[in-house]
Design a protein around this ligand. Sequence first.
Ligand SMILES: C[S@@+](CC[C@H](N)C(=O)[O-])C[C@H]1O[C@@H](n2cnc3c(N)ncnc32)[C@H](O)[C@@H]1O
Length: 213
Amino acid sequence: MKIVNDYIDHVFQPEDDVLEEVKRSITEHGMPEISVSPSAGKLLTMLVQMNGAEKVLEIGALGGYSGICLARGFGDRGELVSLELKESFAEVARENLKKAGFGSQVSYLTGPALEGMETLQAREERFDFFFIDADKGNYANYLEGCLPIAKSGAIIVADNVLARGSVADESVEPKSYTEDMRKFNQLVADHPELESILIPIGDGLTVSRVKKR
Ligand SMILES: C[S@@+](CC[C@H](N)C(=O)[O-])C[C@H]1O[C@@H](n2cnc3c(N)ncnc32)[C@H](O)[C@@H]1O
């Protein structure tokens, strides 16, 4: 997986100075270096763009790398809401989104994401794009939490669904989240309200479209 991903990153060169600076800030703040891969970030930008999404919900902000990639997809005519457990991480992300030119288009709800999703549902907010990238044990709950606040035709993307290949390749040492991801992938594949596929970029992304209802 790594060789193929390095090749894609090398040929398509999806990372620029702004995103490199985000990574530096993550290191300087002693935060975990677990942002999406450059190519996965580029794919997020393109998916938001292609879907014409203007209201995007991110679950798991870290330092704002994927947030910038999502915001680049809607440019100056959209809004990103991001759910992040840690206030200190949300502060770093907020600062990085501001530097990238999206300061007035992003808001952070801090605390457990499931609570944040309940708040959004109570406010009757609706989204046309979701990116799930927080604690893996809750992916199924996040998916179910997205559906009541999704517009018809919305896109739901989830990261790390290949668990470094261990979901499919028994020769790869299992990760702590391998079994969670196997169950999540099956849930997404069989879900009656979704049409889905898995794209093996980065650590693997499921891309689902909420069927018309
Ligand atoms: C993999 S990182 C997100 C990376 C980010 N999407 C990016 O690519 O730039 C996971 C993030 O989810 C956050 N997180 C973990 N558990 C959470 C929870 N229960 N609710 C909200 N955020 C959570 C972590 O603090 C961390 O910032």
